[in-house]
Structure formats: structure tokens, C-alpha cells
Design a binder for this molecule. Structure first.
Ligand SMILES: [Zn+2]
Ligand SMILES: [Zn+2]
Length: 266
């Protein structure tokens, strides 16, 4: 299996043990066929921006690819923080380097962090969720040079009253608009298994959202643990594949040089 959402010490919020070497060794131990590093590029993040020199990152990863040749496949990716005003800035990262995969994710709503529910200040949960979905839609309309949409319902993790406030049927039409938009642009959707690791009742997204993506014609699903430390690599992937099978997906996807490669689900 391939884990296409992995953070190393290049990301601000990652465990100090998450060096490239420790991650690759742990991935081999866990029997993963390949991993894609997707460190954060979060421009204009409130407080501290999460950015790094992509050229250095890629050349370090190129060395790693040589070191681990035949033991594990290693891919070069980034998790690009989407915000409606970041078109040019994000484009300068997505288009200029030799990378395999760009995961697009929203971590900031109305210039406020999702983390710790800060974006909810002065709003009801319903208003906060609508603002999140609206920023997601506006961000994708402004910038679409990414391959898969990360943890689409991550807002569930940051609600004061827990994920029960995120009732699928209430937000279905907003989500359908976003899914139609990414399907038209040949952008995939991610199953991010960290949802369960953080104690939610399902992965990101809810199975209903994956099912809606399929019903609307979407076929590109990437699989990521969002590991920030080596032991979380490949978390609950067997269960994620079973879920995809139960929703009649025959394949999941990895990306090589920004092109999808379909992996059959046995
Ligand atoms: Zn993320
Ligand atoms: Zn991540």
C-alpha cells in the first residue's frame, strides 16, 4: 500500500523523530510499498507561516530515493494550504518544481486558524461550518493546480460541540458543489485516516461524502495517514480499503509527476 500524506520535520507541527530516514525505515517495517512526503506549504498562515525551500527539499528527497532504491518507493509532494487570495503564491510552488503530488488543504478560514476552533470566534458552529465550506469553494475556484483535495470535512475536528454539529444532510448541497467543481477539474479526493486517530467516528471524509463523490462521477481517491510521527504511517489502511470496496471503488490512486496512477484494490 501507498501512504500519500506524510509529514517530516520540514513541517512546523511535526514530531522531532520524523526525519526522512526514520520515516522511511518505519514505512518499510510496516510493509508499505511507497510513501509520499507532503510537507506543509502554508503561506499567510496566521502567526507563523509554514514554508520551506522546495528546491532543498526536492534535492534531499532525490538523495533519499537513491538510498532507498528497491526497498521502498518514495515520492515528492507538498500539502499546499488553500486560501481564496493565494492564487499566485501557491502557483509559484505548484508549478516550478519537480514534484509528484500536490495535496490541497484548507487549514485557515477567513484568515483564522481552524486549529483549536479559533475560526469560530464570534460565530455559531453552523456559521463557522458554512464559512469553512465557502472558503473551500472560493479557494478551489481561485486556484486548481493541485491533485487531490485533503481532508475535505476536517472542520469536524474543530467544533466546540464535536463532530455531531456537522450534519451531512444539512451541508450536502454545499459539499456537492465543491465535489462537482473538483471532478470537473480532474482533481481527486483524499481519504485521510487521521480522523479516527483523533477520535472521530470515521475517517475524513464521512463515507457519505465519498459515496457522493462517486455518484457524481469522481474516480480519483488518494489515501493518506497524515502521519506527523513515524508510528502513525499507514494508520488503518486496511479499513480504508475495505470502505472503498464497500462503496464500489475498484481503485485508489497515487501520483507520479502529477499524473494519477490507478492501483487496483484486491
Ligand atoms: Zn492538513
Ligand atoms: Zn497533513
Amino acid at each position: 500500500m501507498y501512504d500519500f500524506h506524510v509529514h517530516s520535520v520540514y513541517s512546523n507541527d511535526t514530531h522531532p523523530f520524523a526525519t526522512f530516514i526514520n520515516i522511511c525505515d518505519a514505512a518499510i517495517e510496516k510493509g508499505l510499498k511507497g510513501i509520499c512526503f507532503t510537507d506543509h506549504i502554508d503561506i499567510d498562515y496566521p502567526g507563523i507561516e509554514d514554508i520551506f525551500d522546495l528546491k532543498d527539499y526536492c534535492s534531499e528527497l532525490n538523495c533519499l530515493i537513491k538510498i532507498y532504491d528497491k526497498r521502498i518507493e518514495i515520492y515528492k509532494g507538498i500539502e499546499l494550504g488553500l486560501q481564496p487570495h493565494l492564487k499566485q503564491e501557491n502557483k509559484s510552488y505548484s508549478s516550478n518544481y519537480d514534484i509528484d503530488f500536490v495535496l490541497g488543504s484548507v487549514h485557515v478560514v477567513g484568515k483564522k486558524e481552524l486549529y483549536k476552533g479559533i475560526f469560530l470566534e464570534g460565530k455559531t458552529e453552523h456559521e463557522g461550518i458554512l464559512d469553512y465550506l465557502d472558503d473551500l469553494r472560493l479557494s478551489i475556484n481561485a486556484f486548481d493546480d493541485f491533485d487531490s483535495l485533503g481532508h475535505i470535512d476536517v472542520v469536524r475536528r474543530y467544533l466546540n460541540n464535536g463532530e455531531n454539529s456537522f450534519i451531512y444532510s444539512i451541508y450536502k448541497d454545499y459539499i456537492a458543489d465543491i465535489l462537482e467543481c473538483i471532478i470537473n477539474k480532474n482533481i481527486g479526493i483524499e481519504i485521510n485516516t487521521s480522523g479516527k486517530r483523533y477520535g472521530l467516528r470515521s475517517f475524513h471524509p464521512y463515507p457519505e461524502i465519498l459515496s457522493l463523490y462517486k455518484d457524481l462521477g469522481g474516480e480519483i481517491v488518494t489515501l493518506g495517514s497524515d502521519a506527523h510521527k513515524p508510528q502513525d504511517l499507514g494508520y488503518a489502511f486496511d479499513e480504508a480499503l475495505e470502505l472503498l470496496k464497500s462503496l464500489n471503488f475498484k481503485y485508489y490512486c497515487i501520483f507520479k509527476r502529477r499524473k494519477p496512477v490507478f492501483i487496483k484494490i484486491d
